[in-house]
Write a protein that binds this ligand. Structure first.
Ligand code: NAI
Ligand code: UGA
Length: 438
């Protein structure tokens, strides 16, 4: 099948390459010339495990191409829209400029029978609005909403073998059936493997996406709120999470307390969802998401406070090693990263911060050139008075407390992700502080 993917960022580039890997003929479009040049040369413009391999194989197959020229969509029947919907400056709402520009750019090249498929995360009501616009401009063309649930770090696997598929299709039965048939053809492999499929209306599909992210964010903030109580009672949040997680109704996943959630999605999605609820006159229904956000941001402050506490109340000119900048391991994404936020705050307090990451240094440097970045843990921790672990890369989880201890000035560590063996670090002479565990 011939597909186009408009917007080739963390979502779109993976989607384009994965669809080509599945046998479709795909053209990826982006306004970012540099990104397109990299992708066209078979290079991933960001770090995502497995992406380089499928880019190479799909490009070699001749089924995958990339361009900045929107006219290239003409040969395709199904057009995925995967452009960004970041938080609007000065507001909690989603910035819809890119989605609107992508649809406006696409319309002149649509033909009757084409299906535009929204993948970006949008405020509920967007699909109905865009569908009207598309149908008015190109009779016979239509729109479906097919939210994406991939996780960065697992994006290729999640795209090729999703845990569920959701289609928001037009309410007209004939148009709905046609949209479903086209999407079934796109996702034939996953459907053949009995992937659960929910076929629904636009509003439900849009709400499924933001509800899923709101639930995940709430689950993380729930455990972090309990971690705040654990901190003042000397309870152990990890053991507590294990214990409640054994209840299948609760489940252990997404109960890792620490410096909290970040990234290009959970934080901005809960804010945009709350803002949309207010527009709909139902602000109070999602008021709890403000608390979820507030708990989350307090965890970053908690790490900063712990650093200052370990430095006897004064961070100024003290040497602090920051391990981790990406919002999570196996990603170079620093969008709303708790780790980077903490590094910036410590720098703001006058600390002599040396920060490192496995993949995210270039992105972090581009955004915060005022920080000092070093390429290795050894350089970061040299003469440090406090070491702060903020992104749980496997390399950092495996650190040897004795080896690190030989390099620092003071053996003090804050485990912002609760991933180190506290007993082993203490046995090696370290002052160990976790996030809600002794
Ligand atoms: N990153 C992720 O893991 C997931 C993201 N999403 C959603 O997918 C959407 C995209 O997210 P990301 O890929 O992370 O963002 P991103 O910022 O990495 O990528 C967006 C891309 O769209 C391009 N773009 C902007 N305007 C354009 C236009 N008019 N025509 C063509 N290209 C244009 C940008 O240059 C950029 O490369 C967002 O709505 C996000 O919430 C949903 C699920 C997972
Ligand atoms: O809409 C999106 O873009 C995506 O957002 C998240 O995926 P992602 O942002 O890639 O990363 P997650 O694995 O969800 O982690 C998000 C943040 O939560 C943090 N987290 C996660 C789990 C946990 O137990 N504790 C915790 O603090 C992570 O460190 C990270 O900062 C969702 O998991 C995806 O399903 C969704 O498609």
């Amino acid at each position: 099948m011939k597909l186009s993917v408009i917007g080739c960022g963390y979502l779109g580039a993976v989607h384009a390459a994965s669809m080509a890997e599945l046998g479709h003929e795909v053209v990826g479009i982006d306004v970012d010339q540099r990104k397109i040049e990299a992708l066209a040369a078979g290079r991933a413009p960001f770090f995502e495990p497995g992406l380089p391999e499928i880019l190479t194989s799909a490009s070699a197959s001749g089924r995958l191409s990339f361009t900045t020229d929107m006219a290239a969509v003409s040969g395709a029947t199904v057009h995925f829209v995967a452009v960004g919907t970041p938080q609007k400056a000065g507001s909690y709402s989603a910035d819809m400029t890119y989605v609107d520009a992508a649809i406006d750019g696409l319309i002149p090249f649509l033909k009757p029978g084409d299906l535009v498929v929204g993948k970006s995360t949008v405020p509920v009501g967007t699909a109905a609005r865009l569908a009207e616009k598309i149908r008015a401009a190109v009779p016979g063309a239509d729109l479906a909403w097919n939210p994406e649930f991939l996780r960065e770090g697992f994006a290729v696997k999640d795209t090729i073998s999703p845990d569920r598929l959701v289609y928001g299709v037009p309410s007209d039965p004939e148009a709905g059936a046609r949209a479903k048939a086209l999407l079934d053809e796109v996702y034939a492999k996953a459907l053949g493997e009995n992937t659960p499929l929910v076929v629904t209306d636009y509003a439900t599909a849009e709400l499924v996406k933001v509800s899923a992210n709101a639930f995940l964010a709430t689950k993380i903030s729930f455990i972090n709120a309990i971690a705040e109580i654990a901190e003042v009672t000397d309870a152990n949040i990890t053991e507590l999470a294990d214990a409640i997680g054994f209840d299948a109704r609760i489940g252990r996943r997404f109960l890792n307390a620490g410096v909290g959630f970040g990234g290009g999605c959970l934080p901005k999605d809960i804010r945009a969802f709350g803002a949309r609820a207010e527009e709909l006159g139902r602000g109070e229904s999602l008021a709890f998401l403000k608390e979820v956000d507030a708990i989350n941001l307090r965890r970053r402050q908690r790490v900063v406070d712990l650093v200052v506490e370990l430095l006897d109340g004064q961070a100024y000119e003290k040497k602090v090693a920051v391990l981790g900048l990406a919002f999570k391991p196996d990603s170079d994404d620093i969008r709303d990263s708790p780790a980077l936020d903490v590094a910036v705050q410590l720098h703001g307090l006058g600390a002599d911060v040396k920060a490192t990451d496995v993949e995210a240094i270039a992105n972090a440097h581009a955004k915060h050139p005022q920080l000092v970045f070093v390429d290795s843990v050894d350089e970061a921790v040299a003469d440090a008075e406090v070491v702060v672990l903020l992104t749980e890369w496997k390399e950092y989880r495996a650190l040897d407390p004795n080896a690190v201890g030989a390099l620092v000035a003071e053996k003090q560590i804050i485990d912002g992700r609760n991933v180190l063996d506290s007993a082993a670090w203490r046995a090696a002479g370290w002052t160990y502080r976790g996030m809600g565990r002794p």
